[in-house]
Ligand binder design. Structure first.
Ligand SMILES: [Zn+2]
Ligand SMILES: [Zn+2]
Length: 252
């Protein structure tokens, strides 16, 4: 399985794009940098976006991506929790902040069609078996386990932890990698917990039950804290832990 990291920042600044991961066959997870990190031609290939939750750093480019889609291509299928889709409709594509891409250009052939998913659901899509897992955050959030029949990869949403790794589904292809956030340095533990995020120490607790054969990619660093976070992640001494970077192409 190939994962292209379009953006793995928890914010936005030059060289730091917000959350967006491109898989194969037109599948993306989150839409933070779906327009800014792909050429217009590449954007025509996008068929499915799996949203983890409705926070801005995960949906920012959904609006601008819609107008980059040519009328000839099929609607973008937007997968997410009912709460997430409802928030997009009510607060973003509400004919005020942005046009309603769920109804335009026509209700029969809109820019976007919603497909709701619940935590615990497994669906088949674009050659993957995809399982949604609940994540502890300040708003309803899920992460996604992608299984392409050969290997599995877990792409976590923002999470305040809660031991998700202990309840990872079993029985599918071997788990090869987990993308997991480390938003704030250890000294900001209280703020991280309050905002539904992890520090490197909290990340370490989450992956304590994970085998050494699974690669961990730390993501979602908040801008300005990257150097401190990289040093704290390195100090954990975990042999298979490294920070993801925008532009990474990861084969598992
Ligand atoms: Zn976020
Ligand atoms: Zn969030």
């Amino acid at each position: 399985m190939r994962i292209r990291v379009l953006g793995c920042s928890g914010g936005s600044a030059p060289g730091r794009e917000p959350s967006c991961y491109l898989l194969e066959r037109g599948v993306a997870v989150d839409a933070g940098s779906l327009a800014s990190s792909l050429s217009l031609e590449e954007q025509q290939e996008i068929r499915h976006v799996f949203l983890t939750h409705a926070h801005w750093d995960h949906i920012r480019d959904l609006t601008l991506h819609t107008i980059n889609r040519t009328p000839e291509i099929p609607p973008l299928i937007l997968h997410g929790l009912a709460d997430t889709v409802a928030d997009i409709r009510a607060h973003l594509m509400n004919d005020r902040v942005w046009f309603s891409a769920f109804e335009l250009p026509s209700p029969n052939a809109p820019y976007i069609a919603a497909s709701e998913i619940e935590a615990g659901d497994t669906i088949e899509c674009a050659g993957y078996r995809i399982t949604a897992m609940a994540m502890r955050h300040t708003v309803p959030a899920i992460g996604y386990l992608f299984d392409d029949g050969t290997s599995s990869v877990m792409l976590c949403a923002d999470t305040g932890g809660g031991g998700f790794a202990k309840s990872l589904p079993t029985g599918g292809s071997p788990l090869r990698a987990i993308f997991l956030e480390a938003s704030f340095p250890n000294r900001m533990h209280e703020f991280a917990a309050m905002t539904g995020h992890l520090t490197p120490e909290m990340l370490h607790e989450e992956i304590a039950c994970i085998g050494d054969d699974i690669q961990i990619y730390a993501t979602h660093m908040k801008p300005g804290f990257e150097d401190e976070l990289r040093a704290e992640l390195a100090a954990l001494g975990h042999p298979n832990l490294r920070a993801a970077r925008d532009g990474d192409v990861i084969d598992v």
